[in-house]
Design a protein around this ligand. Structure first.
Ligand code: PBG
Length: 325
């Protein structure tokens, strides 16, 4: 007698049947490509710690967005790298700021592409924190909320299809929802970075966005990697405050959290395969320690298997190409 597992293995070997018994699907339609957009230069600037990722001028961002769309990737997520920073992060909510200009240009060239924007202050503040800092060095939650709401409104006014607050201030989803509604953007969805852990895996991103904190760290507003009950509570709270999609970030070290958040909320869940996760595979592949393509595809299907509906990854274009082969 053959064991059922043996028969199932046999079934999988017979061509098309392998696909029929496959539990999880990964397709370009699940992917979001993050992009760094900069002002003041028409160059593509390589990000040293993220081989293959570049900071793009607006015209290059339009080009890159078009390539993503042509590969079947439905959405991009924009991060701005402003030419100047100040204590009030005024570049974040400037209607002629880098993200606002990029949104308009991309939507004009590729109206079918979903353009999401990261809403945070850290790339726009001189000190690199995600909110406004008081004289004693602590973050002023409520003043930060006002500036974050202004930022989200100016992104929506520029044509963003969804805003993604990543600052982790308390009450930010409710504040954004209230202000967006009041300013005529009732239909702009919020993709909330609900369970954002204080993670070493953001290191390369901070080089890309020039957003490393000048003092202290983000542990007062980002989550302790040891906690998953708290992550579930944060996600439920964000849904209550009006989040349309909740996000877990980073992805691979937190797949259990992805699963729990999906089961607890029942809303679409996004997982962010962050910069350090990307760079780890690139570095190991460059050293000849592993097969880049196989490792990336395994990582991405695992994030989907854990329960993520949407996977945000710097490998979106590579993955889409590999899936098409
Ligand atoms: C801004 C923000 C960060 C990331 C996304 N939005 C960095 C941080 O919190 O320091 C990280 C993304 C990545 O590492 O790819 N708050």
């Amino acid at each position: 007698m053959a064991f059922p597992a043996t028969r199932l293995r046999r079934l999988r070997q017979t061509g098309l049947l392998r696909d029929m018994v496959r539990e999880t699907e990964l397709s370009p339609r699940h992917l979001v490509l993050p992009m760094f957009v900069q002002l003041g230069t028409d160059e593509r600037t390589p990000v040293e710690s993220m081989p293959g990722v570049e900071r793009l001028s607006i015209s290059h961002a339009v080009e890159e967005a078009g390539e993503a769309a042509a590969l079947g990737i439905p959405a991009v997520l924009l991060f701005g790298v402003p030419a100047e920073k100040d204590a009030q992060a005024s570049g974040a909510y400037d209607d002629e700021g880098v993200v606002q200009l990029a949104v308009r240009a991309i939507k004009e060239a590729h109206p079918e592409l979903v353009v999401m924007t990261d809403v945070c202050l850290c790339a726009y503040t001189t000190h690199g924190h995600c909110g406004v800092v008081r004289e004693d060095g602590t973050v002023d939650n409520d003043v930060s909320l006002e500036l974050l709401a202004k930022t989200a409104i100016s992104h929506a006014a520029a044509g963003a299809d969804a805003v993604a607050p990543s600052d982790m201030m308390d009450g930010r989803v409710g504040a954004l929802r209230g202000q967006l509604d009041a300013e005529g953007h009732r239909e702009t969805p919020i993709v909330a970075y609900s369970a954002k852990f204080a993670s070493a895996f953001y290191g390369p991103f901070r080089e890309a966005a020039g957003s490393a904190p000048a003092f202290g760290d983000r542990r007062t507003y980002q989550m302790d990697p040891a906690n998953s009950d708290e992550a579930v509570r944060e996600a439920l709270l964000d849904v209550e405050e009006g989040a349309d999609v909740v996000m877990v970030k980073p992805a691979l070290p937190y797949l259990d959290v992805v699963r729990r958040v999906k089961e607890a909320t029942g809303v679409p869940v996004a997982a962010y395969n962050v910069s350090g996760e990307y760079s780890m595979i690139k570095a190991a592949a460059a050293a000849g320690y592993l097969d880049e393509r196989a490792a990336v595809m395994e990582a991405l299907i695992s994030i989907r298997r854990a329960g993520a509906d949407i996977v945000i990854t710097y490998d979106a274009k590579n993955a889409a190409r590999w899936l098409a082969e």
